[in-house]
Structures are given as C-alpha cells and as structure tokens.
Design a protein. Structure first.
Length: 229
C-alpha cells in the first residue's frame, strides 16, 4: 500500500451520524416536554439543518448562527413555542453520548494506524467532535483532529486541507488519501488539493457531480483491499 496518511471524514464515514442525530434530537425534545409527532418533526429538522450546513460551507452563515437557527426555524415552521437556544445546548450536550459506529470503523482505523497515520477532517464543531471520538473508542488510533472551526475554513476549501496537512507527523501528497462520504466536500476537496480520494458510498448512489474519486467503496471493510490492490 502506497498511502501513509489517511484523512477520514467523521460523520457518516466512521460514525453513523444519522443514527446519532435522531437519538439526540429525540432526547432533546423529550427533555423539553415534547413527545408527539417527533418523526415528522425530525424529518423537517434534517432538511433545515442540511440547508444551513451548505450555507455554512459556502461561507454564508456562521456556525454559532447555524446551531440555534436550525431549531428556531423548525419550531417556527410548526408553531411550537420552545426555547431554540436551550434546544441547541441540550442537543449538543447529548451528541457525544449517542455515538454509533459505522460497521468496520474500529477495525479499519486500527489497521491503518499500524500502516501509517490516521487523521480526522471534519466540518463539525471542535469540542463536540473530540468528545464524540473519545466516546467512540477510536481515539487510540487517531493522530489528530482537524476541524473547520479551528482552521477557519470548511471543506472543500483548499485552505482547510492545507491546515489539516500541517497537523500530520509527515505529509506528502502522493502518500496521502482522503476518505469520505460526501462528493461535494471530501472528494471535491481532495481533487482541488491534488491528492487521492476514496468515496465511501454505501447507498451506491450515482455520481453526477464534478468530483472524481480515485477509489469507490460500498463498505469500510473494502477500503484496505482497494488501497492495497
């Protein structure tokens, strides 16, 4: 295997964020006294949340705004009179306690950390992501965590990847690879930065974007064989 630096996206690549997100959302609503219609409310929240994250990645909104606005708009759209700032705090406090690993994540990180260096590259929030990694049991295999919050830039901005590369023990583009589930953030970012990428695509969706992955896998168990081929 030629690669020695493995840069992993976190959410929906190593950690099942969709599962964690729903658990945390449900727990938050229960703490706020809301128990009815949560499935439909969560679906609306997800749409609003994704839109705000896209705006953040485009530099149109701040992360502090995003954290509260996703709840404020969800409540406003449904005529719910709840404190959106409190909801945001409860939700973020809950996330590290609702970590769900993607199948194969622990074995993959353990294997690759024995070959080279494993780093995390995430647009998520610094302290929350570090707490989630600690809860996941993956921390022993991870050398560093690079977040958009700390770097000041979000994937796919090349400056984010420049920041992340400086955190590695050693870095060269031919020896490095980015692994992630998002074409528009992880794979496009790798293309722009000039390093190889592996698209984690468990749903086998068609690639209709401008991003071009070097490898594509449907399971984390397939990554080592693909990179070693």
């Amino acid at each position: 295997m030629k690669h020695r630096l493995f840069l992993f996206d976190l959410d929906d690549t190593l950690l099942d964020f969709k599962a964690s997100e729903k658990l945390s959302f449900t727990r938050t609503m229960h703490e706020l006294g809301l128990r009815d219609g949560l499935d439909a409310l969560f679906t609306q929240y997800q749409v609003i949340n994704v839109g705000l994250w896209r705006s953040f990645e485009a530099g149109a909104v701040s992360k502090d705004f995003l954290k509260v606005e996703r709840f404020r708009k969800t409540f406003a759209d449904n005529g719910i009179e709840l404190d959106s700032e409190l909801a945001s705090r409860l939700y973020l406090d809950s996330l590290p306690d609702t970590v769900v690993l993607v199948d194969g994540a622990r074995q993959l990180c353990e294997t690759l950390s024995g070959i080279g260096e494993v780093g995390i590259i995430t647009n998520g929030m610094e302290q929350i992501q570090k707490r989630r990694i600690a809860s996941s049991g993956l921390r022993d295999y991870i050398s560093f965590v690079s977040t958009s919050e700390a770097s000041g830039y979000a994937k796919p901005d090349v400056r984010f990847f420049e920041y992340a590369s400086k955190m590695a023990r050693s870095f060269s583009k031919p020896d490095s690879i980015i692994v992630g589930d998002r074409l528009d953030a992880d794979i496009l970012g790798a293309n722009r930065y000039g390093i190889e990428s592996c698209w984690f695509n468990p749903e086998r969706v068609a690639n209709e974007s401008e991003a071009i992955p070097s490898y594509e896998v449907g399971s984390l168990h397939d990554i080592v064989p693909a990179l070693a081929a």
